[in-house]
Structures are given as structure tokens and as C-alpha cells.
Design a protein around this ligand. Structure first.
Ligand SMILES: NC(=O)C1=CN([C@@H]2O[C@H](COP(=O)(O)OP(=O)(O)OC[C@H]3O[C@@H](n4cnc5c(N)ncnc54)[C@H](OP(=O)(O)O)[C@@H]3O)[C@@H](O)[C@H]2O)C=CC1
Ligand SMILES: CC(C)(CO)C(=O)C(=O)O
Length: 276
């Protein structure tokens, strides 16, 4: 295994903390694509909006037999990498049910551990074999579109509100907030259904039950980005729902409101002088 980074780290080791376990992982780290060799499996695990920037690595790592696994949140993983890989390249989308946060350079804390979900088929089987015995179980699904929407409902409920308030998920269960979250998930589930996802009321209930079961101090990847002052996955998560709603001609005012506020938070417009 080789870790491809855009800067060579000052501490060239990776420490993974999972509960009480500490694993110091002796993974070589390279920061120049010229140092990369063709591999059987390449895993893209940048934020969705960093895909174009990471594409320089695809050319260095990918040959005829390489499968690129896109481990990102959102929908349409394949479209995201299509401009940068050959049409014949093997590309596998993956949804991550883990929670990991870089707590200091080279130190990653993992607090939730349900593995990856990928489409059933030879590439999905290949990834499951590759990761067999690792910390990451790989579940295969015959309906990846529905799975992507299921994950999107969870991210839509958790990520923007934690990021906007700067507070972990316990806040979502507070008086007044939970009904908003429930309405937001129901609205997005209706859009997902119209867009072709086979979402049932049980999926909405399952999403809410998962949110209710998370530890109160549990963060999200978007909250980490907000805290660190990094760009957030606003477009890949909230933008996807709003664009899908526009496409199927359904109103999605709750998601739309979130999108406008998140965009304003990241790219504040100049304040207009009061009218004379
Ligand atoms: N974190 C989580 O708990 C979960 C995340 N996800 C999803 O997984 C994906 C990855 O998220 P996450 O791990 O949180 O992301 P992070 O921001 O923690 O990590 C992304 C890494 O990609 C690196 N990177 C960005 N651009 C390049 C580049 N051009 N070349 C090399 N490296 C690059 C960044 O480097 P640098 O350090 O230099 O910025 C950073 O280390 C996202 O789509 C997210 O939504 C899904 C489930 C849970
Ligand atoms: C499911 C969840 C919320 C796990 O942390 C996630 O996908 C994220 O943080 O982006």
C-alpha cells in the first residue's frame, strides 16, 4: 500500500486510533506523481471538489488492469472522475460508513465503523477480496442508486447542520431541531424517489434511528472542514439534492434554504451599503 499525498508530511507515519486501539501503520507516503507506479487498485478518498486536483495521480497510478475506487459522499461518482480516466477504465463507486477525522498531522481518529458499500459485480467482489481481513468490511448491493440516496439522506441530515452550527450531532436531537431534520429527510426522500431511487418510509425511519443512535459528540466530515476553515462538500451533498429536485420538477425548499445559507457562509457576498 502507498499513500499519495499532495505535500510530503513532516511526520511520515500514520497513526490510526480506533477506540482504545492504536495502530502505527508503516505505509510509504509519496508526494510526487513521478514516484508512483502502476497499481491494481487505486482508492480516491479526497473530498468530491478535490477530484480534479487529484486527477494527476490517476494517470500515474492507472494502467489497463487498474480499478479506481471512488470513496466519496454524494451521487454520480462515475461522472465525477469520467473526464480524467479512459472510457475503458475500471471505476468502482463506494459509499463509506465510517467516521474518521485527522486530529493532528498523521493522526487519524476513527469513531464509526460499518465499512464500505459498492455495487455488486466483479469489481465489487475484487474490492471485497482485497480488503478481506482488514478494518473495512465491503457490502455489495444490486441497487447502488438507492444506496447512494440512502447515504445522501444521512449526510443531508447530519453534515450541513453540524457544520453550520459548529456543533456535533447531539444538537440535532434538541427540541425544535429534530422535526426540522425529519422534514428535511422526508423532502429529500421524495426527490430521491422521483429521481429513481427505491426509497421506502422504512429508509427514512432507518436514517432517523441511526441519527438517534449516534454518540452526542459525534462529528461529521463537513463539521471537520468547517472547523479547519476548509472548503465544504456543499455542492456534492446539498447541491445534489437541489439539482435532482430541479431536474424532476419538484420543490425542495428546505434543501434549497440550506444550500443558499451554506454558499453564503463559504463565499460571503460583499455587504451592501444601506440605501440612502
Ligand atoms: N471523514 C469521514 O468520516 C467520512 C468521509 N466520507 C467521504 O469521504 C471522502 C473523503 O473525506 P475525508 O476523508 O473526510 O476527507 P479529508 O479532507 O479528511 O481527506 C482528504 C485528503 O485528500 C487529500 N487531497 C486533496 N487533494 C489532493 C491531491 N490533489 N493530491 C493528493 N491528496 C489530496 C487532502 O490533503 P491535505 O491534507 O493536503 O488537505 C486530505 O488529506 C469525502 O467525499 C467525504 O464526504 C464519507 C464518510 C465518512
Ligand atoms: C455518515 C457520516 C456522517 C459519517 O461520519 C459521513 O458520511 C460524514 O461524516 O461525511
Amino acid at each position: 500500500m502507498v499513500l499519495c499525498a499532495r505535500r510530503h508530511p513532516e511526520h511520515p507515519t500514520v497513526r490510526l486510533e480506533r477506540g482504545d486501539e492504536i495502530h502505527d501503520l508503516p505505509i510509504p507516503i509519496i508526494s510526487e506523481p513521478s514516484a508512483a507506479r502502476e497499481v491494481d487498485w487505486a482508492l480516491l478518498a479526497t473530498k468530491a471538489h478535490q477530484t480534479a486536483g487529484a486527477a494527476v495521480w490517476f494517470r500515474a497510478l492507472m494502467g489497463w488492469g487498474t480499478t479506481l475506487t471512488v470513496v466519496q459522499n454524494g451521487l454520480n461518482h462515475l461522472d465525477r472522475v469520467a473526464p480524467y480516466v479512459l472510457e475503458s477504465a475500471g471505476v468502482l463507486p463506494a459509499l463509506a460508513y465510517v467516521a474518521a477525522e485527522t486530529v493532528s498531522p498523521g493522526r487519524v481518529r476513527q469513531t464509526f465503523d460499518e465499512g464500505l458499500v459498492v455495487p455488486a459485480g466483479p469489481l465489487g467482489e475484487g474490492l471485497a477480496d482485497l480488503l478481506d481481513g482488514s478494518f473495512l468490511p465491503v457490502r455489495r448491493t444490486a441497487d447502488f442508486v438507492t444506496e447512494s440516496w440512502r447515504k445522501l439522506l444521512l449526510n443531508l441530515a447530519l453534515n450541513p447542520v453540524t457544520a453550520m452550527t459548529g456543533r456535533p450531532v447531539g444538537m440535532l436531537r434538541g427540541a425544535g431541531v429534530r422535526p426540522l431534520i425529519e422534514a428535511l429527510i422526508n423532502e429529500a426522500a421524495n426527490v430521491g424517489r422521483a429521481a429513481g431511487a427505491n426509497l421506502s418510509p422504512a429508509d427514512v425511519d432507518g436514517c432517523l434511528a441511526l441519527i438517534d443512535s449516534l454518540p452526542a459528540d459525534y462529528g461529521t466530515s463537513m463539521l471537520s472542514d468547517r472547523r479547519a476553515g476548509r472548503e465544504m462538500e456543499t455542492e456534492a451533498i446539498v447541491g445534489e439534492v437541489v439539482r435532482a429536485a430541479d431536474k424532476v420538477g419538484m420543490p425542495a425548499p428546505r434543501s434549497h434554504t440550506l444550500l443558499v445559507l451554506l454558499r453564503a457562509l463559504e463565499r460571503p457576498a460583499p455587504v451592501l451599503a444601506p440605501a440612502a
